[in-house]
Design a protein around this ligand. Structure first.
Ligand code: HEC
Length: 619
């Protein structure tokens, strides 16, 4: 019997009793997997794939696919919005049910690349760490402890190792690093502890769904051992033992089915703060969708057991607001998700978050805003809104029935707030917005705006998108300005890197990014800086949507070193490596090593699956 025939017979059997014999050779667990896959397919897919929608491949066609192709279509490809509610395991079972074959298990592949020995002790002078999204305190993304790299030697950086993520088209979990370990999440839900020196795998943990944010490394509140905290795209938060990967607790942090944790968690001595966003703007594009019921939230969990200490929402509870022109019920207010990593201001007992736009009418005073909450109670102490009346969803770009009357600019604040000390013994809060505007707020005057400065034309992908960096003397701001036909943009796009005086907002230097994109690309290539930028003494590091990673002189914006990551890589773990766009989370610097992830598949950007580590060659 040819392979094709056997698959068809097998799958027909699933609908009749024909394949009972076939089932008997499967283990109970496999059988349960197929049954679950069948249930999930009937509930989520059959309506379109049984012939009702002519452009959808019929189920008999899907039976001929490879399980990996189905897995990719649901995880990151054309069907990923239909599969939002499915876990990684669910997707594997749907693929198994449809094809009769298991998605190739990357656990076995992984075992060959486990470290042969425990982590080596840190060498003297390599104690620097980058323990979460913002680096050290204040979300500054500044590595103050970098003593090896400087403007004179940075041009000697060479690739030290590359790690390839299996079954992956985007890498957006920023690595968390110590002298010995690299902790990183992935699109297919595996959290890795890698060796900082060689990239071998110390342990893995399976969260079952994408882990987008940086993993926060922290001390256990009672016994002081190292623990990790992070969130996943099904709105769960986790804590693991950092040396073994053993799970200490897992907590669901939001009741909405489309809630996700995208921004990175933050933590103080006894609590972890989890920012909650969602993907509801996507289904809102369909006129029959009852838009919208998600509201952003910051959730504080007790570090010791993951129990909820408090939960503060960014908008009041949505209520019925009538019907859209297609007859679907509408709800509002909604939205104001938190996409960024909240910043701890321990001096004032505040946790400060930034929000995105409302999803439906009415627009609230808390969208596109900076919100300061009391760390003990979650009570809102102050709100500074930087853009009013921004209610927007996927129905607006498609001109469908759920677009709210505000039809706002979709100008989220995607960056976390930065807290710095200025020369005049004064503290400042700095924040950038997709509008292309940068703001300084006064933490001693309830977030009063002290100055604002335009650095780009703004747009749906920024303006200022995922994050800025400050060494205290200057504020480094990457600008994306990807043209997105957003009617609220102002002026010509200025993709590049800027340094501002944090005291006044004055522009100190501007580095325009050259367009070195290949003329013909299958994917979108653009030179703007959408990913967060980072700095170390004398240096700024910025990665572009075109895959270029640059080290720039912090004094004058001169490019000192650059690498095109849009290329194939041989990886230390035997997975075919491919670099692409550098997006979302940014470079990490510690102990003479620069870490960057490359590859992003949204917005038609260049997919990829690698973590790259650059270092000066050993003498
Ligand atoms: C709203 C209708 C709809 C739903 C629901 C839906 N699909 Fe699809 N699906 C389509 C259409 C239409 C296409 C063809 C898209 C194209 O090729 O442009 C498609 C394509 C696919 C493909 C082919 C992708 C490729 O590689 O070419 C797979 C596999 C698939 N769907 C699986 C699923 C599964 C599994 C589910 C349930 C989790 C599902 N779909 C739910 C409409 C739907």
């Amino acid at each position: 019997m040819s392979m094709k025939t056997s698959v068809i017979v097998f799958c027909l059997g699933l609908f009749t009793s024909l394949c009972m014999a076939n089932d008997k050779v499967k283990s109970n667990a496999e059988d349960a997997g197929i049954q679950n896959g069948k249930k999930l397919f009937e509930a989520n897919c059959l309506a379109c794939h049984a012939g009702a929608m002519p452009e959808a491949p019929k189920i008999e066609a899907l039976n001929l696919y490879s399980p990996e192709r189905i897995y990719h279509a649901l995880n990151s490809g054309i069907m990923s919005t239909s599969a939002l509610m499915l876990s990684n395991q669910d997707i594997r079972q749907v693929a198994y049910y449809l094809t009769g074959k298991q998605v190739e298990d990357n656990k076995k592949q992984r075992e060959q690349f486990l470290c042969k020995a425990g982590p080596q002790a840190a060498k003297p002078g390599t104690q620097a760490r980058w323990t979460g999204w913002g680096g050290a305190q204040g979300n500054q993304r500044f590595q103050a402890q970098e003593t090896i790299l400087n403007p004179d030697n940075v041009n000697g950086l060479k690739l030290k190792w590359a790690f390839g993520f299996p079954e992956t088209t985007r890498v957006r979990s920023q690595p968390t690093v110590t002298a010995s370990f690299v902790y990183i999440g992935s699109q297919e839900g595996t959290v890795y502890a890698l060796d900082a020196d060689t990239g071998c795998i110390h342990w893995t943990f399976d969260a079952g769904t994408e882990v987008r944010g940086a993993i926060k490394l922290h001390a256990h509140p009672t016994d002081g051992r190292s623990i990790l905290v992070f969130g996943d795209t099904k709105a769960n938060a986790y804590s693991l033992d950092a040396s073994t990967g053993q799970m200490l607790w897992k907590t669901k942090v939001h009741e909405h089915i489309l809630a996700t944790v995208t921004g990175s968690v933050n933590a103080d001595q006894d609590k972890v703060y989890v920012p909650v966003s969602s993907s509801e703007v996507v289904p809102a594009g369909r006129s029959e969708y009852e838009c919208c019921t998600f509201r952003g939230s910051l959730v504080a969990l007790n570090l010791i057991d993951g129990s909820i200490a408090w939960q503060t929402y960014t908008t009041p509870e949505p209520i019925a607001t009538g019907k859209n022109s297609a007859g679907a019920n509408n709800f509002g207010p909604s939205g104001a998700p938190i996409w960024s990593s909240p910043m701890l201001d321990s001096k004032r007992n505040l946790i400060i978050a930034t929000t995105g736009q409302n999803y439906s009418s009415p627009a609230t005073g808390t969208s596109d805003a900076v919100i300061a909450m009391d760390t003990d109670t979650g009570k809102v102490r102050w709100v500074t809104q930087v853009w009013e009346n921004d209610a927007w969803n996927g129905g607006c770009s498609r001109k469908t029935a759920n677009c709210p009357k505000e039809d706002g600019p979709d100008f989220d604040i995607g960056t976390g707030v930065i807290l710095i000390d200025t020369a005049h013994d004064k503290q400042l809060l700095l924040v950038g917005q997709k509008s292309g505007l940068v703001f300084a707020l006064d933490p001693d005057q309830n977030g009063k705006i002290l100055w604002q400065k335009r650095v780009g034309s703004g747009g749906t992908m920024g303006g200022v998108h995922w994050g800025m960096s400050s060494d205290g003397d200057r504020l480094y701001v990457g600008v994306s300005d990807l043209p997105t036909r957003n009617p609220y943009t102002k002026g010509e796009p200025k993709p590049g890197l800027n340094a501002l005086d944090p005291a006044t907002g004055e522009l100190l230097w501007h580095l325009p990014m050259p367009n070195d994109c290949p003329a013909e690309t299958k994917f979108r290539c653009y030179p703007g800086i959408s990913a967060a930028v980072s700095s170390s003494p004398g240096l700024v590091f910025a990665g572009g949507m075109d895959g270029m990673l640059r080290a720039v002189d912090a004094n004058n914006g001169e490019v000192l070193w650059e690498q095109n990551t849009y290329q194939p890589y041989t990886t230390v773990n035997g997975v075919d490596g491919k670099g692409g766009s550098i997006e979302a989370d940014g470079p990490v610097i510690a102990n003479g090593q620069v870490y960057i992830t490359s590859g992003y598949d949204k917005w038609a950007e260049m997919p990829g699956n690698v973590l790259l580590v650059f270092a000066l060659p050993e003498e």
